[in-house]
Write a protein that binds this ligand. Structure first.
Ligand code: CA
Length: 333
């Protein structure tokens, strides 16, 4: 079935164009309206096509900021190949500053490969998978921790086909986030843009640049330097956003459930470790304090293995089952 989304700009011709993917959405307020998903293309000469996306989760801002800058600043004469930029992919979620779409509750990064005539979020996934990804030689989907998580600035790739994985490792090193990590397919997630790229054999990077529902100068800087590094690595553009200096990255992997700490009970979360910190198996990870009975001993949680803290939970109020931390361990270590 054909995608219902209509792209109002030509993605094939050389030059720079901006406009919208029109996602038909009939509501009380707008019977024949469409949701406007901003899209830009910057194309020139022969070379690979890269998709740069952000706002897949609407409360993750570094990519949205950096891709706006890219669209405003980069001109076709600087490009060999094609950049397709979608800075606010799940537009209604980005507009609301929420992880999921207020229109349908959809989590775009759990919705791939999408449904042609499904909910708005499912239709975005379907259009990306069936129309945009077939144009692409590489994909960078810029995420952050969102409202509920705080990462140490990281980029990540998914293990899979060996040749694709090698190219992803090259892109991870070129992105040059302070930490990079490898995740296993499937596991806790599924339905991600990364999964869709893997099925199509397209090298793809994700990022987890910070979080807490906000951006910082440091995390936006990692995004900008990373984009410039990947564009140079692929021969698409040589921006000076990174001073043309390659930055080392520490390459880690995230394995099974022992890498994660989840809340066994509700409470007020007191973290005892910070993103970027080295921890040991058995080390206290945090305490969950009991608001209603503060004289009761807080519930202690511990790390199950040695590793580097990649992420911690951001809000204090915590429910049973919330993720408090996950770790990474050196790749091959
Ligand atoms: Ca995310």
């Amino acid at each position: 079935m054909a995608s219902r989304l209509l792209c109002e700009i030509d993605l094939e011709a050389p030059g720079k164009r901006t406009g919208f993917l029109r996602l038909p959405h009939s509501t009380h307020e707008s019977a024949y309206g469409w949701i406007p998903i901003p899209i830009a293309v910057i194309a020139n000469g022969r070379g690979p096509t890269i998709l740069l996306s952000a706002g897949n989760h609407g409360d993750e801002y570094e990519g949205q900021i950096a891709l706006g800058r890219l669209i405003r600043e980069v001109e076709p004469g600087q490009v060999q190949g094609r950049i397709i930029a979608l800075p606010a992919l799940n537009f209604r979620a980005a507009q609301a500053g929420r992880r999921t779409s207020p229109v349908d509750g959809g989590n775009l990064n759990r919705s791939f490969p999408g449904v042609a005539d499904g909910t708005p979020t499912q239709q975005i996934a379907y259009h990306m998978d069936s129309v945009i990804l077939p144009l692409c030689d590489a994909v960078v989907d810029l995420h952050s921790g969102g409202s509920s998580l705080m990462y140490t600035p990281s980029a990540l790739a998914r293990r899979g086909d060996a040749a694709v994985f090698e190219r992803q490792l090259g892109m991870l090193r070129a992105f040059g986030a302070p930490h990079s990590y490898i995740v296993q397919p499937g596991g806790l997630w599924g339905g991600t843009l990364s999964d869709a790229c893997a099925l199509r054999g397209i090298p793809q990077l994700g990022t987890e640049l910070g979080g807490g529902g906000h951006a910082t100068p440091a995390t936006v800087g990692v995004a900008e330097r990373g984009i410039a590094g990947v564009l140079r690595h692929l021969g698409i553009a040589d921006l000076d956003w990174d001073g043309r200096v390659a930055r080392p990255t520490r390459l880690l992997q995230v394995g099974g459930s022992d890498y994660f700490v989840h809340a066994p009970d509700p409470g007020v979360f007191e973290p005892l470790a910070e993103p970027g910190e080295e921890v040991k198996a058995g080390q206290p990870a945090g305490r969950l304090h009991q608001t209603e009975v503060p004289w009761r001993e807080p519930i202690a949680v511990h790390f199950a293995r040695d590793g580097v803290v990649l992420v911690k939970r951001w809000p204090g109020m915590t429910a049973r089952g919330d993720c408090l931390f996950h770790l990474g361990t050196d790749l091959g270590g």
